[in-house]
Design a protein around this ligand. Structure first.
Ligand code: ZN
Length: 216
């Protein structure tokens, strides 16, 4: 097992450098970055030299992933309200504030999760969006949104359907908590069952209202 570091990131691999290079060559990658690394590896090797650790990191990382590079999306989302709630909760001492919005628009009843990208993420300061339930990320949707501009910083599997759902959920956010509370009987922040009628009506309980700075 080899450990390779690049910036703050660490990659562990069981492959030798030769094996990783072999995979990149076999992939016939059109990625110029990958192909330059392969070329560089050959040149250095014939000169009896070695690649730097960050170059080796990328050789292994690229050989590991079969995924397409993240797609830039031109859509913007109204995310300011969600961002304000999440940062308020963070300021109030919540470690991992999270908002869940059910989509009752079509029959899928998907749940969209919004959280803050943490300190160890290279997307720190942005909002992370996933879909599914607690155990499973449907469709592998994953995206980050810049809270100020609403622009998608990075995304995987952001289909038109998800983009459409998110657009509606976010633009009707303030009324959406209420709808979720009434339809699911669960708090859209902590997901706990709402026990009294007032909580069900507004869509969250007294504790979460305090954490997220909401009227209750
Ligand atoms: Zn709650």
């Amino acid at each position: 097992m080899t450990e390779l570091k690049w910036n703050q990131e660490v990659l562990t691999t069981n492959k030798s450098n030769e094996e990783a290079i072999g995979i990149l060559v076999k992939k016939k990658s059109r990625d110029r970055f990958a192909m330059n690394l392969v070329k560089e590896y050959g040149l250095k090797k014939s000169a009896g030299k070695k690649l730097s650790e960050s170059q080796l990191y990328w050789i292994h990382r690229l050989s590991d992933s079969d995924e397409k590079p993240p797609v830039k999306c031109s859509k913007t989302f109204y995310i300011q309200e969600v961002y304000n709630l999440l940062t308020t909760a963070k300021d109030n001492g919540l470690k991992h504030p999270k908002i869940t919005l059910n989509n009752y628009i079509d029959d899928d009843e998907l749940e969209y999760f919004f959280s803050l990208a943490g300190k160890r993420s290279k997307y720190e300061g942005n909002i992370v969006v996933t879909v599914g339930n607690e155990y499973y990320n449907y469709d592998n949707l994953w995206m980050t949104i810049n809270p100020e501009s609403g622009e998608v910083v990075n995304s995987k599997q952001l289909t038109d359907k998800h983009a459409h759902n998110l657009e509606i959920l976010l633009s009707t956010f303030s009324t959406h908590c209420e709808i979720i509370g009434q339809l699911s009987g669960r708090c859209c922040f902590c997901r706990k069952k709402l026990t009294d009628t007032k909580s069900v009506r507004v869509g969250y309980g007294a504790k979460c209202a305090k954490s997220y700075g909401l009227n209750y």
